[in-house]
Design a protein around this ligand. Structure first.
Ligand code: IPM
Ligand code: MN
Length: 354
């Protein structure tokens, strides 16, 4: 029997709680294959206790995994940036997870904040480049603490980096039977970095004559997400703008509790996580919606090649949401985190055995 070795990083706050539900569901659909979980303690809390963020030996070990499943990181007692850079971004960069794939899908019966929009209107993919742009960490601070203090930070785009993200977006469009790819940028102001993106986009697009293409500025796209989400099919976007527009996109798909993401290296080890944070004030209360993390588990199953199991999980989530009997607090219900996990796990297993 095929066995997958999957790293599990619960992280901080509600991260371990949602990850437990995710693992439960993944296990429930593990038929014909098995999972060996490798649990890792890394988190903001672990750093505060031990001084260790993410040791090199752990990264080396993770290179041999089939995937990584992550809850959430972020600790209120830590200065912003330490754990984000030392753990999450470090892994994305070290494992060269150059795609951050964020499906944006409004499921039946999930309240949408947009007037007169329903599931058929909100169903697209954001392909966020994940290893370049303003996330590279190049910059400096000069005369810190003085009135003359100055700081700079720069974004990088490489031909290889944009090409592989853009190519992934077109291939995804083909695979998911979508016929339009939108390039989202700010090429009217940041002419150098996003000028390069546009040149590469035009080059890659030539290989996909049946796919419609367009450009949209990032400021404009935010209002179009609200006014006309049904227009979008696949969007390819540089790292930082991708971070911003996917929080907005999460809101129109019913909230952060429903939005999964995958940090993907198609040739290497990918990492799946809900896109929400660690929500420290809800820690241990068993009230957080685990569906984003569960859907991230479905994406993980798809990426490792277990499409049937992946579909069973997604369909189970869709059914439970549609029935509306077991809903977590953020969706207006009373179900606890663990109950949602239980009911999705049970349904997914049933769907798989049908
Ligand atoms: C995300 C998060 C991260 C990002 C943070 C925690 C570094 O906001 O995954 O969207 O900016 O990529
Ligand atoms: Mn974000």
């Amino acid at each position: 029997m095929k066995k997958y070795k999957i790293g599990a990083i619960g992280g901080d706050g509600i991260g371990p709680e949602v990850l437990n539900e995710g693992k439960k569901v993944v296990e429930a659909v593990s038929k014909g294959f098995g999972i060996d979980w490798v649990d890792y303690p890394y988190s903001g809390a672990h750093y505060l206790k031990t001084g260790e963020i993410l040791p090199d030996h752990a990264i080396e070990e993770m290179r041999k995994l089939d995937a990584i499943y992550l809850g959430a990181i972020g600790h209120p007692e830590l200065k912003p940036g330490i754990i984000e850079q030392g753990l999450l971004l470090k892994l994305r960069f070290a494992l060269d997870q150059y795609i951050n794939l964020r499906p944006v899908k409004l499921y039946d019966n999930v309240p949408c904040p947009l007037a007169n929009k329903g599931p058929k209107d909100v169903d697209f993919y954001v392909v966020r480049e994940n290893t370049e742009d303003f996330y590279v960490g190049i910059g400096g601070t000069f005369r810190e603490g003085f009135e003359e203090e100055s700081a700079y930070q720069i974004g990088i785009a490489t031909r290889k980096g944009c090409r592989r993200a853009i190519k992934y977006a077109f291939e995804l469009a083909k695979r998911k039977k979508r016929n339009r790819v939108t390039m989202c940028d700010k090429a009217n102001v940041l002419t150098h970095v996003y000028g390069l993106w546009r040149r590469v986009f035009a080059e890659v697009a030539k290989d996909y004559p049946n796919v419609e293409t367009e450009y949209s500025f990032v400021d404009a796209i935010t209002q179009w997400f609200v006014r006309k989400p049904e227009w979008y099919q696949v969007i390819v976007v540089p790292n930082m703008f991708g971070d911003i527009i996917t929080d907005l996109a999460a809101a129109i798909q019913g909230g952060m509790g429903l939005a999964p993401g995958g940090n993907i290296n198609p040739e290497g080890v990918s990492m799946f996580e809900p896109i929400h944070g660690s929500a420290p004030k809800y820690t241990g209360m068993n009230v957080i919606n685990p569906i984003a993390c569960i859907l991230a588990g479905s994406m993980m199953l798809e990426e490792i090649g277990e499409q049937k199991a992946a579909d069973a999980v997604e369909n189970a989530v869709a059914q439970i949401l549609k029935e509306g009997k077991v809903l977590p607090k953020d969706l207006g219900g009373k179900a606890k985190t663990m109950e949602v996990g239980d009911v999705v796990a049970k349904r997914a297993a049933q769907l798989l055995s049908q």
